[in-house]
Structure formats: structure tokens, C-alpha cells
Design a binder for this molecule. Structure first.
Ligand SMILES: C[S@@+](CC[C@H](N)C(=O)[O-])C[C@H]1O[C@@H](n2cnc3c(N)ncnc32)[C@H](O)[C@@H]1O
Ligand code: SF4
Length: 397
């Protein structure tokens, strides 16, 4: 399949894909534990091809082949990997628990894959603790790890290895050893350590209460871990004190872990609030253009905006210069026939079909873009773009 190369890549776009919805481990710390028992659905190659058609839009390292589940158990995992075009090697990564036994041939395939890096989840080198935490036998994990270290050392162009280690009460005193041992096995590796995400299901809550460290304890350890070098990064945002504050309503959980562009293994996708079924769409590429291409070939066109609130003002400030912006539509009746704070006439959306001609540019400038998209569907208007406030859009000369 040929993928078009586009320039209008947006640095904020991140795609979280899951090629399967199943996992072969049952880690006690897993934030996704309650979803692990569902009927397995593996992504078809057809849907995978559609998903990777988004690659041209994604900045380096922002396309994740696994997010909540275990990718290596997909029966055609290595077939799917081969579908990733070499020109996008810097964009793709996946995270694995290494629980499934990998042959030498599998590992050689990994060295040649067009993947920028592989995240390996590593909580401990203590086999008893490993089995306790993951609830699976330790043999495959440690054998895979050693075999990968051996084979990857023979292939200098193999993907980079990044370790992810949860910071838990159970492995707290081992963290320094985990980092140094992993780095000895993979001298070019990086290491990310994180405290568990927030969650409140009964079993997870109990786990967190037992395993979270106090802020003081984490602060004391930080320096020691960062001093190891070895490309160590830390996220210690969740501690026992913060967790209790959130539970008692005195603090809010961070929402940064809840992703905007997700593709499920069955092809269901959510793109900035818009639900899509990749299996049912012929050209998914055109959907993403709606969010990325609002300025493409806009010069000389009549421009109409939909949404006269805060996002509209941001758009006007950053993008209106030199453009022929005619008016803004808004659902708030009290604004109709007035002039917006940006100086544009505000009109009722009922006037839209009459005013809009082929070749004009309609851009939604509102946080309610999902609802407005539905409204436009009812009006049979398909040709429109959405401005995502947090993005920076390159201008055309
Ligand atoms: C959910 S897993 C999916 C990929 C794969 N199954 C694995 O574990 O490597 C993705 C990453 O999230 C980490 N993780 C699991 N539970 C977590 C939690 N409660 N908070 C933060 N990260 C977590 C895992 O250790 C892993 O590195
Ligand atoms: S291996 Fe990953 S997805 Fe599976 S239970 Fe552990 S953390 Fe969750």
C-alpha cells in the first residue's frame, strides 16, 4: 500500500492503537485490569492498513501500536509489523510485557521492523515478585529479555529499547538495581519510571492504597534515580498523599493520560470526539484532513466560521490575517445580527445552506465541534474543517 507523504503534520497528534483487546498477563497494578476478561478481538490486516494510513500526519514517536493490551499475542503480530513502511520508522513504537515466548527468528524480525523503539515493561528482576505482580510464570519473560539483549547487540540498527517500570512499594528498594541491570543488558536503552495512574475500582483502590509511596519517600528517591544517568525519566505525580486528597475531593486527578485519538482492535475509533468505524470507511485519510487541513489552499476562498465564542477568538487572532472571512455562525440566538468581539457579523446557522457555495471554506471554531458536526450532517453539509484549539497550523505562502 502506498502512503502519501504530507507536510501538514501536526506536532500534537498522537495515535493510540490496540491491535488486540486482550492480554496474557494479569498484572495487579494494571489500570486496565477490569477490561482484560473480554472476548478477544484481533485487528484485521485491512483495518490495520487503514489505521497506518494516518502515519503521514503523526509526528515522530507518536504512533503507539499498543496502549491498553498486549500486542505480541496478536496471531499476525509480525505480519502487521511488516506493513509499516520504512519511511515512517521514526514514528511507531509498541509496549510489551514479553510474556509470550519469542523465537530467535521472531526477535530477528523485530530487529528489522520499522519501529522506532520498543517499550519493555519491567517491574523486577526478582522472579518470585514478578510472578506475584503479573500473575504469570516468570520463565518466558526473563528468557525473552536475555535473548533480545543477545540478538539486538548483533544488530546496531535494531529498534531502541525503553524500559517502563512502575514505582511500587513492592519494588521500591530494587529500583536502582532494576535500572542498572537493564542498562547493562541493553547499553543504549532508556528507562521511564512512573507511579500508577489514578483509579477507583475496588481491587485497584486496594492495590494503590498498599503500593503507593508517600511524597516524601518519592522525593528522597528521585535524585538517586536520576543520578544514575542511563537516560532515566520519572513521573512521580501519584503518591499516597495525592491519592487520598483526590479520594476526599480535595484534588483532581490529572487527565493527561486519557487520550484523544484511540483506535480499538475492532476498528472503532474516536477522533476528537467523533466516533468512526474504520472498517466501514473507505478513505479514513479524509477524516483526519478535516482536523489538520483547515488552512490548506484557503487563500482566495470565502471563509465562514461556525462558533463565535472563545475558540473563535483564538482562531481570529492567529489565522484570520490576509483571509477573506465573511461571517461567523453561532447557535446562540442572542448573538444573531450582532457583531462578534472579533468584529465579524454573527448569523444564524439556518442561513448557512443559502450562503455557502461550492469552493467556500467552512471552519468550526468551537469546543462543541462534535455537536456542530452533527448539525452540519443534518444540513447535508459535508465539506467543512475543524479547528483544534491546542494545535499549531502551518500557513501556506
Ligand atoms: C497497559 S500496558 C499495555 C502494554 C503491555 N501489555 C505491557 O504491559 O507492557 C502499557 C504500559 O502501562 C503500564 N501500566 C500498567 N498499569 C499501569 C498503571 N496503573 N499506571 C501507570 N502505568 C501502568 C504498563 O506497565 C505498561 O508499561
Ligand atoms: S501486561 Fe500490560 S495490559 Fe497486561 S495486565 Fe500487565 S499492564 Fe495490563
Amino acid at each position: 500500500m502506498s502512503l502519501e507523504t504530507r507536510n501538514e503534520i501536526n506536532k500534537y497528534l498522537v495515535i493510540f492503537l490496540d491491535i488486540t483487546n486482550y492480554c496474557n498477563a494479569r498484572c495487579r497494578f494494571c489500570y486496565n485490569y477490569s477490561n482484560l476478561g473480554q472476548k478477544p478481538v484481533n485487528m484485521t490486516i485491512n483495518i490495520f492498513r487503514k489505521a497506518i494510513s494516518f502515519l503521514p500526519f503523526v509526528p515522530d514517536c507518536n504512533f503507539f501500536l499498543s496502549c491498553r493490551y498486549e500486542p505480541t499475542i496478536h496471531p499476525e503480530f509480525f505480519v502487521l509489523l511488516k506493513e509499516i513502511p520504512s519511511e515512517y520508522k521514526n514514528k511507531v513504537s509498541f509496549t510489551t510485557n514479553l510474556v509470550k515466548k519469542l523465537s530467535r527468528e521472531d526477535i530477528i524480525t523485530l530487529t528489522n521492523s520499522n519501529v522506532h523503539h520498543i517499550n519493555i515493561s519491567l517491574e523486577t528482576f526478582n522472579r518470585t515478585l514478578y510472578t506475584h505482580l503479573t500473575q504469570v510464570d516468570h520463565e518466558n519473560f526473563y528468557t525473552n529479555l536475555e535473548n533480545i539483549a543477545g540478538v539486538f547487540s548483533e544488530y546496531p540498527d535494531a529498534p531502541k529499547i525503553n524500559f517502563i517500570t512502575m514505582i511500587l512499594n513492592d519494588n521500591f528498594n530494587e529500583l536502582v538495581d532494576i535500572i542498572t541491570t537493564a542498562h547493562k543488558m541493553f547499553p543504549c536503552s532508556s528507562h521511564h519510571l512512573r507511579t500508577p495512574y489514578f483509579g477507583i475500582t475496588d481491587s485497584y483502590k486496594k492495590f494503590l492504597t498498599d503500593q503507593l509511596l508517600t511524597k516524601e519517600c518519592l522525593d528522597n528517591k528521585k535524585e538517586q534515580l536520576l543520578d544514575l544517568g542511563n537516560d532515566v525519566s520519572l513521573d512521580t505525580s501519584m503518591n499516597l498523599d495525592t491519592y487520598n486528597q483526590i479520594l476526599s475531593g480535595n484534588a483532581k486527578p490529572s487527565s493527561e493520560h486519557f487520550h484523544k485519538v484511540r483506535i480499538e482492535s475492532n476498528g472503532q475509533m474516536e477522533l476528537y470526539g467523533e466516533k468512526l468505524d474504520l472498517g466501514a470507511i473507505d478513505n479514513p485519510y479524509s477524516y483526519i484532513c478535516r482536523y489538520t487541513n483547515m488552512l490548506k489552499s484557503i487563500k482566495g476562498k470565502k471563509v465562514y466560521l461556525f462558533g463565535a465564542g472563545f475558540v473563535h477568538n483564538v482562531w481570529m487572532e492567529h489565522y484570520s490575517e490576509g483571509l477573506d472571512v465573511i461571517c461567523v455562525f453561532d447557535n446562540d440566538e442572542s448573538k444573531w445580527e450582532t457583531v462578534s468581539s472579533s468584529g465579524l457579523p454573527v448569523r444564524s446557522p439556518s442561513e448557512l445552506p443559502e450562503l455557502l457555495s461550492a469552493g467556500d471554506r467552512l471552519i468550526i471554531t468551537s469546543i462543541y465541534h462534535k455537536e456542530i458536526s452533527n448539525q452540519l450532517k443534518v444540513l447535508s453539509i459535508k465539506d467543512y474543517f475543524v479547528f483544534v484549539d491546542s494545535w499549531i497550523y502551518p500557513r501556506e505562502n
